[in-house]
Design a protein around this ligand. Structure first.
Ligand SMILES: [Zn+2]
Length: 258
């Protein structure tokens, strides 16, 4: 089964024929009931990251419960649409980018299932190469870029933003971590698909992030963005062939994966 974790604006993903599943996990309930429907011949489980009424802020999303619940339902490959700020004028609002690297600037988020047992996960390449290839093969999708994940819920200061840009990071976001590493710990393929909603404060032509502008830009692009995610799903192979996202081969885990 495929999973889609929808960000802001993704409160629904299917028509009326989908079914809803209430889930519980050792880490509590996920952000919302998970909806299961069919897209392009795939069974797809959809979870709105921030809850059905956007009740969870980026730093309070129950990430561990979300990823565990998806895995327990049988999900092994996940597309994760998200809203991002751009740190470069090359990526204007409306651009869709598939990041290839991630920098974690969050704090105090529960970001592992392996509190016991000394298990370390390989994370040099945080995104699934197979899923990335599928999405970057679609027209007008930008391939690559480092996404820095900030704690939020505030936006960056100009100095922070200029610092990130000077370091070569191209996108800034608040939810891409720990979602991606938890997917890897649970041996699920995961690729972020980022929709640029604004130019961040430190970008020369940007004037600082205004919340109202972010939402307006999002509204304008959300339907085409959803259509693109549908298109990507249609292109995903029926069978999972990726071996990159299976880091625990031969390792004794302290518990069985769900
Ligand atoms: Zn993979």
């Amino acid at each position: 089964m495929l999973g889609v974790i929808g960000g802001s604006g993704f409160y629904s993903f299917f028509g009326d024929d989908a079914r809803r599943v209430q889930c519980d996990t050792p880490y509590g309930a996920p952000s919302a009931p998970i909806t299961i429907g069919t897209v392009g011949g795939h069974e797809v489980a959809f979870l709105p990251r921030h809850g059905e009424g956007h009740e969870y802020s980026a730093h309070t999303v129950p990430y561990r419960a979300n990823m565990w619940a998806l895995r327990a339902l049988g999900v092994r490959r996940i597309l994760a649409p998200c809203a991002v700020g751009s740190l470069t004028p090359d990526l204007p609002p409306g651009a869709v980018v598939v990041p290839d690297q991630l920098v974690d600037r969050t704090r105090d988020r529960a970001d592992t299932y392996f509190d016991d047992g000394g298990v370390h996960v390989e994370f040099a390449d945080p995104y699934c190469p197979t899923l990335r290839t599928v999405v970057t093969g679609l027209p007008d999708v930008v391939d690559g870029g480092t996404m820095v994940v900030i704690q939020g819920p505030r936006f960056s200061t100009r100095a922070e933003s200029q610092w990130f840009a000077a370091a070569g990071f191209r996108l800034v976001n608040m939810t891409g971590y720990p979602e991606s590493v938890l997917a890897r710990e649970l041996e699920m393929c995961y690729a972020a698909v980022a929709l640029v909603t604004d130019l961040d404060a430190g970008v020369d032509v940007g004037s600082g992030v205004k919340v109202v502008d972010v939402f307006a830009e999002f509204q304008k692009n959300i339907e085409p963005f959803k259509a693109l995610v549908h298109q990507a799903i249609e292109q995903i192979d029926e069978e999972r062939t990726c071996t990159h996202c299976l880091p625990h081969e031969g390792i004794q885990l302290p518990f069985e994966l769900p």
